[in-house]
Structure formats: C-alpha cells, structure tokens
Design a protein around this ligand. Structure first.
Ligand SMILES: Cc1cc2nc3c(=O)[nH]c(=O)nc-3n(C[C@H](O)[C@H](O)[C@H](O)COP(=O)(O)O)c2cc1C
Length: 329
C-alpha cells in the first residue's frame, strides 16, 4: 500500500509501533520494521544517552530497514538530558523521531538539520496544527481511547480523525484503539494516512516483556481500563489492577488536595517491575481500550501481514461489493 506516510518514511506498510516505556526495545522495533512497518525505540527507557546509543546499535544489528526513536517530553520527576539523547539519535543515524508530550520546538532545528523526520504525537487538533506550524513532518493523532496519555479533551477518534483531516495539510496517522484491518480501513476512510498501534504490539511474540503482561492484555476486555491522574491534569489510561484501585481511592479521598507525592507508590518507577518481572499489581501501567479487540499473541510479521491482507479484502470485497450492489439495486 502506498500513502503519504509510507512515502515520507520509506516503509512498505502504513503501520507504526508507537514508543512505549519498557516495551519499545530493539527487539520489538526491529521486528516491526522487518515486517514492513515502522518500529520505534523508546528513548527515555534507556537510562542515559549512551545507553540509547547502544540500543540503536543493537537495533541496527537486527534490521536494515528504517526504524525510529521516541522522545517523550512529559512532566517527569527530574528532566532528562534531552540534548544528549538527541546527540545519540543523530550520531546513531536515526532519520525518524516520534516526539510526544510537550512542544518539541526547541529541539527541532538540530534534528531537522540532521535530516530527521519528525512525527509529533498529540491528542488535539490545536496541538496538531501547532506541530504543523513549527515544522513537524507528520502527526500521530491519539484519540481518547488510546493507551497512555490521552490528554484532557476526551475526543474519541471517530470525531478527532475527520477533524484532523479537515484542518491539517501534513500527513497524519490515526493512533489509539487501532488493532486490525478494520481499524486501518476506518482510519484511511477518515482521512488518515496510516495507523499507529501501542497496546496491540505489546501482545506480540517479539515484544520483550513478561508473558504475564501479554496474557493480561489478551484477557482484558474494553471495560478494563481506567483513567488515573486526571486531578493532576496528567491523565493516563491504564489497565485496572489493585494498585490502580488504590490510586483511584486516594484521588477520591484527597480530591483537589491530591499531589503527585501521594501516588508515587502506584506510578513512580513501576514499569520495570511490571514489564520485565511480570509483577502485575506493582502499579499503574498504560493500556488502551483496544485490549478488548486483542485475542492472540502473533509475531509482528503475522500481525502486519494479516492486517494488510484483510485490509485488501475489506476494501475490494466488502466495500466495493456494497457499491456494486447499490448499482444493481
Ligand atoms: C505500556 C505503554 C507505554 C507507553 N509509553 C509511551 C511513552 O513512553 N511515550 C509515548 O509517547 N507514548 C507512550 N505510549 C503511547 C503509545 O505510543 C501509543 O500512542 C498508544 O498506545 C496508542 O494507543 P493504543 O494503545 O490504543 O494503540 C505508551 C503506551 C503503552 C500501552
């Protein structure tokens, strides 16, 4: 399939694996890229810029296809050394960066000078337009259903994607709630040039996370996620568990007095214990409502091949046949 995104990024299929903390390691990024999509290493999961340089090198050993790096500018307890991470990206020959969170403007000149294409992930049309105006090459539009940080506007993709298509000139991919060929065809119909998946890619053979995490996603339904940290205006969609229930009780009890320190136990530094050790109640971890559509743990190639084959069937058989039947009637 050829879209503005496959052309821009030099990839075969319009499918991106979004950056994911403690999931987006070299193994997953390479597997997605080898399958014809765009794999992305999560920059800040690497503790230092030199660790990121090592992870980029490791990924290069696993694939000769394009892959990217995610740089997340979210409120963190202590700000990482972003310029050093950008050095590692440029020196590692990375040509695609997914930015997310705060406005990446101050970092764009260096990245663009090095020929890096920027996909900014954002959750509203106004932020997408801002990204376009500061020179981002594409945006990833993350609807309210997404795993991770959906922002504070709560606009689902059925509205957000057509609004983005009305407003934007640069290409964009649909993100949040994307799982299969139905998602891709719908996203394309709503004006997107491809799709970005997070949660779906965790439940794959190559995702280097504990088996219990994959099984938790397969077992979950669309009713099993919760929104946490809304009172702090840092909303995150996570899979429900005992830590999340405790966190939500604290939010309810403390109300407007809630501070980040009150919920440190449930959110700070919990990812390694969950993703690597499989301690499923260690804290809150991002997961999309799309878990309800995830029923297996395929390889990335099986997943992407299936999506592309079913996409063709959906367009050529289901949609075209409907038109033909209308014509006959
Ligand atoms: C476990 C997990 C961790 C994530 N970590 C990050 C992150 O560090 N930076 C980021 O920009 N997005 C992060 N995301 C968001 C994804 O890149 C993607 O935008 C989102 O998962 C899309 O929604 P979906 O899960 O419904 O596919 C994370 C998502 C998940 C599920």
């Amino acid at each position: 399939m050829k879209t503005r995104i496959t052309e821009l990024l030099g990839i075969q299929h319009p499918i991106i694996q979004g950056g994911m903390h403690y999931v987006g390691f070299a193994e997953l990024a390479a597997a997605v890229s080898n399958a014809g999509g765009l794999g992305i290493i999560t920059g800040l999961t690497q503790k230092t810029a030199s660790d990121l340089a090592g992870e980029i090198a490791r990924c290069r050993d696993l694939t000769d296809k394009p892959f990217g790096v995610n740089l997340t500018f979210l409120p963190t307890v202590s700000a990482p050394d972003y310029p050093a991470y950008i050095d590692a990206i440029i020196e590692g020959g990375i040509k695609i960066v997914e930015t997310a969170g705060r406005n990446p403007q101050e970092h764009l000149p260096r990245l663009k000078q090095a020929g890096v294409k920027i996909i900014h992930k954002c959750t509203s049309v106004r932020h997408a337009l801002k990204a376009e105006s500061i020179g981002c090459d594409a945006v990833s539009v993350d609807g309210f259903e997404c795993g991770g940080h959906p922002g504070e506007d709560d606009v689902p993709n059925m509205i957000l994607l057509p609004r983005a298509a009305e407003a934007l000139t640069i290409p964009f991919v649909a993100s949040g709630g994307m799982a299969d060929a139905r998602s891709l065809v719908a996203a394309l119909a709503m004006g997107a040039d491809g799709m970005n998946m997070g949660t779906r890619f965790i439940a794959t053979q190559e995702a280097p996370v504990h088996e219990k995490v994959k099984q938790a996603i397969v077992a979950a339904t669309e009713l099993d996620t919760r929104l946490v940290m809304r009172p702090l205006r840092n909303t995150e969609r996570v899979l429900n568990n005992t830590a999340v229930e405790r966190l939500l009780r604290k939010e309810q009890t403390l109300g407007d007095a809630l501070k980040f320190e009150d919920i440190m136990e449930e959110v700070a530094g919990v990812y390694p214990r969950i993703m690597l050790e499989g301690d499923m109640d260690a804290g809150a971890w991002s997961c999309g409502m799309v878990a309800g559509l995830i029923h297996d743990v395929p390889t990335c190639k099986e997943l992407i091949d299936r999506i592309m084959a079913e996409t063709e069937t959906l367009i050529r058989k289901r949609l075209e046949c409907m038109l033909a039947e209308t014509a006959i009637a």
